[in-house]
Write a protein that binds this ligand. Structure first.
Ligand code: TXA
Ligand code: MG
Length: 339
């Protein structure tokens, strides 16, 4: 064992003891922690995940605990490739194969029938399991170095905005996990698109990094769940999600700020500044009007705005096409529900 490796392990043990996490791009400690049944925050191209051995029920239950996540909300298993997934799923229907071939590795998750190798806690008792092959090179190397899939929900406390940098993870879960593998800012910035391919017509349960238009381009048609909740057995329970703590509203018209003084308002704008709010209170996501760039920055901007002590945050609604549909969906779920 290399001296550097031993030093890393020593640092990890110290970090756990002190209740502070290490942020590093070294793979070795992550591999060792995961093999020993611990948790590691990992980068993906979508958002950071809180990962642990997905076939060990005790480890999975630790993930629920650290996230403070209700156990009725199942989690995704991550694999290095399609082949390694085979023992864990019954069969992959033709539509599923087409989508997998087109979008993996990438920001898409498929819902398939599970085998007994997948513990019930992973799927919250469902006979279907959510599986994904991420395109992040660091996560792929990590998965290739271990012999089990990684269960990994987004690495945020339940209900808050998903993290798109290692620092975001540290800000919220740094005292609960020893190691954050730093793979840089997430390229996509929105969670994976979840498609249930076990039914006759595949159904999108969550809009995300692969667009509906792209999916239709491959399999011809798809049903889209409007509410975009992937927990159909608990309707409405997850309606409020990704939420900033500051009151947060999505608006179409920029003139609905009347009841607030302009300096009390934070604004997330798509491509240009609003003229009725000071520019220092605003983030423009893409001056070039590119949804891809805006998606990358959306969650980080929501966090930034949430940290600035505004009375209220307004976000502009995005064009309802491509990634804009997923972004609008996130915004609506993040928005404050007035009683
Ligand atoms: O991009 C992503 O998908 C990220 C990265 C880390 O891979 N992961 C992620 O996981 O967003 P999470 O747990 O935050 O969201 C996964 C969603 C949950 O809303 C969950 O209800 C749904 O997937 N899900 C997981 N397994 C399911 C299942 N067996 N049936 C129905 N929904 C499922
Ligand atoms: Mg999540």
């Amino acid at each position: 064992m290399a001296v550097r490796h031993i030093f890393c392990i020593y640092q990890v043990v110290t970090a756990l003891h002190l209740g502070r996490s290490i942020i590093s791009d070294e793979l070795e400690p992550a591999i060792e922690i995961l093999k020993a049944g611990g948790l590691v925050a990992v980068p993906t191209e979508t958002v950071y995940g809180l990962a642990g051995n997905g076939v060990d029920a005790a480890v999975v239950s630790q993930i629920f605990e650290v996230k403070n996540r209700p156990t009725f909300d199942p989690m995704i298993l991550h694999f290095p490739d399609l082949e390694s997934m085979e023992p864990f799923v019954k069969d992959i229907p033709a539509f599923g194969m087409s989508l997998a071939n087109e979008f993996w590795p990438g920001p898409m998750t498929l819902l398939l029938e599970k085998t007994d190798l997948v513990p019930d806690i992973v799927t919250a008792g469902s006979y279907k399991v959510a599986v994904r092959v991420s395109s992040h090179p660091m996560l792929l190397s990590l998965l290739q170095s271990i012999s089990f899939p990684l269960a990994a929900p987004s690495a945020n406390p339940f209900g808050y905005i998903s993290p798109t940098t290692a620092q975001h993870v540290d800000d919220q879960l740094g005292d609960k996990i020893a190691y954050i593998l730093d793979g840089g800012p997430c390229e996509v910035g929105l969670e994976s698109t979840i498609v249930d391919v076990t039914m006759e017509t595949p159904t999108v349960l969550r809009k995300g990094g692969v667009t509906i238009e792209d999916i239709i381009g491959v399999i011809g048609s798809v049903t889209v769940k409007d509410t975009s909740t992937s927990q159909p057995s608990a309707p409405g329970m997850l309606h409020s999600h990704y939420s900033p703590r500051t009151p947060f509203y999505v608006i179409d018209k920029k003139n609905s700020l009347d009841q607030f003084a302009p300096e009390e308002v934070g604004v997330i704008a798509f491509d240009k500044l609003w003229d009725n709010v000071p520019s220092k209170n605003q983030i423009v996501l893409s001056e070039k009007s590119e949804l891809k760039e805006a998606a990358q920055k959306l969650f980080a901007s929501m966090r930034e705005m949430d940290s600035r002590g505004f009375k209220v945050i307004f976000s502009e609604r995005f064009p309802d096409i491509g990634l804009g549909r997923a972004m609008n969906d996130k915004l609506l779920r993040a928005s404050t529900k007035d009683k």
